[in-house]
Design a protein around this ligand. Structure first.
Ligand code: SF4
Length: 432
């Protein structure tokens, strides 16, 4: 049973019909998550077991690091592996052995499955167990799938965190109150600067010992067990949430900390779960809210009344649409999302204006027709659709940028608004 705070009165799209489509989709695969995960967990290494295509995807998404030791790589399955002529397990063990000998800084090694490893049914979970037995306590080896079959790109993070939860400690070791199982765990990768801001606010509000999953270092991962309350920072963590609850943790129902309103309600939900009043939250957040309101006002003029169409991509669509609609006055023509987790998004749905067209999944040609018919002022979509739509005269925003940029919390609210104001401004300059 989840800890629940009451939803506010308006019901918006809480019971709205959702157009469900299951056709051709245009999305990146879950390997993309490595781009932000490897920056966050500073002693982890992500070894993709895949093809040259997988290697190219990761390198072009993350850039090639020339001066630093990289924290991701691809063990390439070649034709002999794919044809079953070589023992891929033996080869993988050799690659891991060489890597860990050369890199004593690695404390957690993720074996990341891909389409090719799944096609040849390479059992990475058994490989991870075998290698963990060999390398623990120095290195823990875990596995998850980043495969592009039936996934969208933020699911890579969900799969990664879900693989971490079962190996988290359940009881507080010696080491301070911040690791106690009865405290708050914020779940979802946030840039360090955002994490520090939210941790500072939670601490000043009086929420006991908030910890973050993932932590920046393998040895600092939070303790999770019965009595842990957790708060999602990202809306795409369904499997991770399930794993947390299997450990006895309770979710605090809340909207997501995007925009001034979302951040305040998220903090209020955390406070309420620990018996702290909304007045205390208002007192602690007053100056940050005031700063954010002033910064947002600069963009409201450019965005107010403009229409926006979301193709399903990052799974951040609903919270961002809610922010753009309620705080900046934008008109929502369609809000598409790859998956709609009704329970986790209950507050977000209630906050969307009644009558908003919601869609889940994709049939890309049909959705393109709807987008062309709507002629929105701005279209949020994946990279593959952006150039053709720009060529048709539509203004676009790459959905992946919303995941790569710091967008959560008060201090980032105006930056998020600017991500939408900028392409409109650019289009106006071109048209002038
Ligand atoms: S995992 Fe699949 S979809 Fe992703 S890059 Fe590799 S082959 Fe392509």
């Amino acid at each position: 049973m989840n800890a629940v705070i009451p939803l506010k009165a308006d019901s918006g799209c809480a019971d709205a019909p959702v157009l469900r489509e299951r056709g051709q989709r245009e999305v990146f695969c879950g390997l993309t998550g490595i781009v932000w995960l490897h920056r966050k967990i500073q002693d982890a290494f992500f070894l993709v077991v895949g093809s040259r295509t997988c290697a190219h995807l990761i390198q072009s998404a993350a850039g090639v690091m020339i001066f630093a030791e990289p924290r991701f790589a691809t063990a390439i399955l070649d034709e002999r592996d794919l044809a079953g002529l070589a023992d891929a397990n033996e080869e993988l063990d050799r690659v891991v052995q060489r890597l860990l000998e050369r890199r004593p800084d690695i404390k957690t090694l993720f074996l990341v499955g891909s389409c090719p490893s799944e096609v040849i049914k390479l059992d990475l979970s058994r490989a991870a167990q075998r290698l963990s037995r060999q390398f623990l306590p120095r290195v823990r080896v875990l596995n998850y799938s980043g495969s592009g079959i039936e996934t969208t790109f933020t699911q890579g993070e969900d799969a990664c965190l879900a693989s971490l939860v079962p190996v988290l400690g359940t009881t507080p070791p010696e080491g301070g109150p911040e690791r106690a199982a009865s405290s708050l765990v914020v779940v979802g990768t946030l840039p360090d600067v955002v994490e520090d801001q939210l941790a500072g606010l939670l601490s000043r509000i009086g929420v006991p010992a908030a910890a973050f999953l993932p932590a920046r270092h393998s040895g600092r991962m939070p303790v999770v067990g019965p009595g842990t309350r957790y708060l999602l920072a990202q809306p795409f963590l369904g499997d991770t949430a399930r794993a947390m609850e299997e450990r006895g943790a309770q979710r605090i129902a809340a909207p997501f900390p995007i925009g001034v309103e979302g951040t305040t309600a998220w903090l209020e939900a955390a406070a309420a779960a620990f018996g702290i009043s909304a007045d205390k939250v208002a007192e602690v957040t007053a100056s940050a809210r005031a700063r954010a309101e002033v910064a947002l006002a600069r963009h409201r003029q450019a965005l107010q009344g403009r229409s926006i169409f979301f193709f399903p991509d990052s799974q951040l669509e609903l919270p961002i649409a809610r922010f753009l609609s309620r705080e900046l006055g934008m008109r929502l023509t369609e809000v598409g999302t790859p998956y709609l987790h009704r329970e986790h998004l209950a507050q977000e749905l209630a906050w969307l204006p009644a009558g908003t067209r919601l869609s889940e999944g994709q049939d890309v040609e049909r959705q393109l027709d709807r987008c062309r018919a709507a002629r929105p002022d701005i279209t949020v979509c994946g990279l593959g659709l952006a150039n053709p739509l720009e060529a048709e005269g539509l203004t676009t925003k790459w959905a992946i940028e919303l995941v790569f940029s710091p967008i959560h919390g008060y201090e980032q609210a105006a930056d998020l608004a600017e991500l939408f104001a900028r392409p409109l401004h650019r289009r106006e300059l071109l048209a002038a």
